[in-house]
Ligand binder design. Structure first.
Ligand SMILES: Cc1cc2nc3c(=O)[nH]c(=O)nc-3n(C[C@H](O)[C@H](O)[C@H](O)COP(=O)(O)OP(=O)(O)OC[C@H]3O[C@@H](n4cnc5c(N)ncnc54)[C@H](O)[C@@H]3O)c2cc1C
Length: 391
């Protein structure tokens, strides 16, 4: 959606195809990072965006065993917004779509599911899609696979996927929030468990991290035992944990971390989760997808006005975004293996690891995780649009 908006803004004729009829799906990640907010500032849409209901998270806190500490402090970031905004992803997407349709070159086709690629002599020249009205063929100078971590586009293009693996899955659920609950968004690490709670004003968005493949076993032990586990981690939830009365209220995210070895073939580019599914650590998946979109628009926007980009031009997007992707995944893999795997396998009370002790002792060090999470590696900036192009 973001790439479609940026390209249409640059005067490129764009079709964004979305298989669903709307964006109303829960638990797809609601974090809008300071660097994404900065991009909105550069696009001149930040003030309108911040009028939408959202929460502003200025600090991330954690509890390891009985020690509580602040892990990241966003208040010193060199960005206009020194906070992470929490907003349902459908509000964010509807907002971007609303901005995009102001540009006459932007076309959003809902309920249009890409089923295959049109390929001629190893060159992708468009897609075949299914719509309620029947099949559709769309020919294009460039096809972009931004269809998420189960991307049909990357599969049909035969792009090689490098699987990096993850030791955990995540169970997502909501529990109501009361005015006198703690205000912070925080993670709780204890013997064998990691529990993250995002403050969504009137409810908590909770992530219960479990060893990979253990969801069936947890369900077998029953909801009562699951509720007890939650209470053990966050005792103040005891008076409302009964709200969870059906496993349907608890969604399972099967964590996958991967990346393509090549993001592009002639006529086709993959970005976002389709090019690299991220671990949920740091909640950076949306931010990286947006950064890819900005880089792709900067590199290819002007070129697309003249015709189809060459393969080398498409590869330039991967060359620009590969380092931030790999660096972020490397960090996530380190934390998955050194922290999450150990915690999930622990049977004894946990003590604060030394990097967290440093954060406790020297608060200014909390700016480092804030920068890595809030801005990330190699942030992108929107290039000024062509002033000759009318909106
Ligand atoms: C449970 C869960 C929680 C998460 N939490 C966070 C978080 O807190 N913070 C964060 O930053 N990230 C989070 N993520 C990751 C984040 O959602 C992704 O990294 C991000 O959305 C990637 O954006 P994308 O545009 O590449 O792909 P997606 O957001 O997956 O978008 C792909 C779009 O393509 C559509 N589509 C798929 N196939 C087709 C097709 N064949 N034809 C047409 N349309 C198609 C889909 O319907 C979807 O709208 C979470 C993910 C999950 C699953």
């Amino acid at each position: 959606m973001m790439l479609g908006y940026l390209l249409a803004r640059a005067g490129v004729d764009v079709y964004v195809l979305e298989k669903h009829a709307d964006f109303l799906r829960d638990f797809r990640g609601d974090t809008i990072h300071p660097s994404t907010l900065e991009i909105m500032h550069e696009l001149g849409i930040l003030d309108d965006f911040l009028k939408l209901p959202h929460q502003e998270v200025r600090e991330l806190a954690g509890q390891v065993g009985s020690d509580t500490l602040t892990i990241a402090d966003f208040r010193h970031l060199p960005t206009h917004c020194q906070f992470l905004a929490l907003m349902p992803q459908w509000d964010f997407l509807n907002f971007i779509a609303k901005q995009a349709v102001r540009h006459r070159m932007f076309h959003l086709k809902m309920q249009t599911e890409v089923a295959d690629l049109i390929q001629e002599n190893g060159h992708v020249s468009g897609v075949l899609a299914k719509t309620p009205e029947g099949n559709l063929e769309i020919h294009a100078d460039l096809t972009v696979g931004a269809d998420g971590r189960h991307s049909v586009v990357r599969e049909r293009a035969g792009l090689e996927v490098i699987h990096l693996g993850a030791p955990m899955d995540v169970m997502w659920m909501r529990l109501s929030r009361k005015p006198d609950d703690p205000g912070q968004t925080f993670g709780h690490i204890d013997i064998g468990r990691v529990f993250v709670m995002l403050n969504r004003e009137d409810y908590w968005q909770c992530a219960f991290v479990i060893p990979k493949g253990s969801a069936g076993e947890i369900r077998q032990r029953g909801l009562a035992a699951f509720r007890e586990e939650i209470v053990r981690l966050s005792p103040f939830l005891r008076d409302r944990v009964e709200e969870l009365h059906d496993w349907n209220q608890i969604s399972l995210l099967t964590v996958a971390v991967d990346r393509l070895s090549r993001w592009a073939v002639p006529g086709l580019l993959c970005i976002g989760d389709a090019a690299h599914a991220m671990s949920p650590i740091g909640g950076v998946g949306i931010n990286l997808a947006i950064q890819d979109a900005v880089a792709a628009a900067n590199i290819l926007g002007g070129r697309l006005l003249e015709g189809a980009p060459t393969e080398a031009e498409l590869r330039a997007v991967q060359e620009r975004r590969e380092f931030p992707t790999r660096a972020t995944q490397r960090l996530q893999m380190f934390l998955q293996d050194r922290v999450i795997r150990r915690v999930l396998g622990s049977t004894k009370p946990l003590s604060l690891p030394w990097p967290l002790k440093l954060l406790l002792r020297w608060p200014f060090l909390r700016r480092i995780p804030a920068r890595v999470i809030g801005i990330g590696f190699c942030p992108e900036h929107v290039k000024a649009s062509n002033p000759r192009i009318a909106a």
